[in-house]
Design a protein around this ligand. Structure first.
Ligand code: FHN
Length: 411
């Protein structure tokens, strides 16, 4: 199959495959592996130039607790997340599943069990879609760097890579997402044989969604540590750390707040994208307490306001950017800053028939003129008890439009 034939085939099925993903909005990223034992994030082997033999000793020492993935999946579910993506092999080369490609894996070493299988079972138990992260980059494999200099090494490494992906796509039931990462050291899709590998993955998993990190655009873009909507029509997912570290790192003490995560979700929903928020579990698999602390109120907030976040949304453009999400003739006004008894909104050019507090359905008294809409008799404090971010539902005559601009003054 040529690259063109492959891409045409993928394009033809994209809308159907992506339907659930476009409505899911919110997922949990999980970075967990040998590196958690050192607590200096997932790049520690590289950044501290730890010799392979020394780093390998972590494999025998790693003894995670029983089924920690159930804790993650329950937290994800309770936090309003609809899917998960877990690292099956990060750059350090340690495989968390029962692979035949190398004995450097969780079954043959310390854990003595298939951690990917436990993760997939936990996702199914809690009704979450299953994403598997796979790093092409591999610091442990003897050909992981040599593959860029030597054709025989490249062949061996690509056979290893193909074997790993084949196992992940074959042995764990339905897989929803293949999340590639670490596309070094080979220079392009051809050198990585990405078309062949992805075509094989899709043959094994016909509904599979694949990200853009194997030198093929595939199904969606992956802005990292920035919530930046893609151009119209391109699906995208912002992958974000919770505490500015992917792997477990207790010294990374700056945690994003519940309100920051809500703000990121608002940008994603307004821009027709998704948020993949990361946790880096401790060596035993426990979730850092700080993450649980921020996710608990978020789950309650989403239970109240999910209508403004999940499902098919329209792209918010122009003056309405930054504070609204839209679905057809309905606009949702997000209020992270509370105005007090009255809220005046300028430039709404669409007739508004009804305004309610989304969380309770309580109607709001309002007046609408040509240039102003005034929401009246509001409570003095934000009515949202979870994070102080109230959302109001505006039911309009037509798709909502707001015209502002620095030139307008009241004469
Ligand atoms: O190098 C990795 C990093 O460790 C982490 O896995 C992120 C997650 O998107 N991806 C790479 C950096 O872009």
């Amino acid at each position: 199959m040529t690259q063109e034939e492959y891409l045409a085939q993928v394009e033809a099925t994209r809308a159907q495959r992506m339907a659930w993903w476009r409505e899911a909005r919110f997922g949990m990223f999980v970075h967990w592996g040998l590196y958690a034992q050192l607590g200096r994030n997932e790049w520690v082997m590289n950044r501290e130039r730890i010799p392979v033999a020394e780093y390998e000793s972590l494999a025998a020492a790693w003894k995670p607790k029983e089924r920690p993935a159930r804790e993650w999946a329950r937290l994800a579910k309770d936090s309003g997340m609809k899917y998960m993506v877990m690292t099956t092999k990060h750059h350090d080369g340690f495989c968390l599943w029962d692979t035949q490609q190398t004995d450097y894996n969780a079954v043959r070493r310390g854990p003595g069990r298939d951690l990917v299988r436990e993760y997939v079972e936990a996702c199914h138990e809690f009704g979450l879609r299953v994403g598997l992260y796979y790093s092409l980059l591999d610091w442990h494999h003897p050909d992981g760097a040599q593959c860029a200099k030597d054709e025989t090494a490249r062949r061996r490494f690509l056979d290893f890579t193909q074997g790993c992906v084949r196992e992940l796509m074959s042995n764990y039931g339905k897989i929803d997402i293949l999340w590639y990462d670490g596309v070094w050291p080979l220079p392009d899709a051809s050198a990585w044989e990405s078309v062949q590998r992805n075509a094989m993955a899709r043959q094994l998993q016909p509904e599979l969604i694949i990200n853009n990190r194997a030198f093929l655009e595939e199904d969606y873009g992956t802005p990292e540590e920035r919530v930046t909507p893609a151009e119209q029509g391109r699906d995208w997912e912002a992958c974000m750390t919770f505490n500015y570290a992917w792997g477990y790192m207790p010294s990374a003490i700056d945690w994003r707040s519940t309100r920051e995560v809500i703000s990121m979700l608002g940008t994603c929903a307004a821009g027709q994208g998704n948020l993949l928020l990361n946790i880096g579990p401790k060596p035993d698999g426990s979730v850092p307490e700080e993450a649980v602390e921020q996710l608990a109120p978020l789950g309650r907030w989403l239970a109240d306001n999910g209508e403004a976040v999940y499902g098919a949304v329209d792209r918010v453009r122009g003056a309405m950017e930054g504070g609204w999400t839209i679905k057809g003739n309905v606009a949702y006004r997000w209020c992270p800053r509370w105005p007090g008894g009255e809220l005046v909104i300028g430039g709404i050019r669409t007739k508004v028939n009804r305004i309610t507090l989304l969380a309770t359905g309580e109607p709001v008294q309002f007046w609408q003129g040509d240039q102003q809409l005034k929401m009246l008799n509001l409570p003095q404090r934000s009515p949202d008890p979870h994070a102080g971010v109230a959302v109001y539902k505006f039911e309009c005559d037509a798709p909502p439009r707001q015209v502002l601009g620095s030139g307008y003054v009241v004469l």
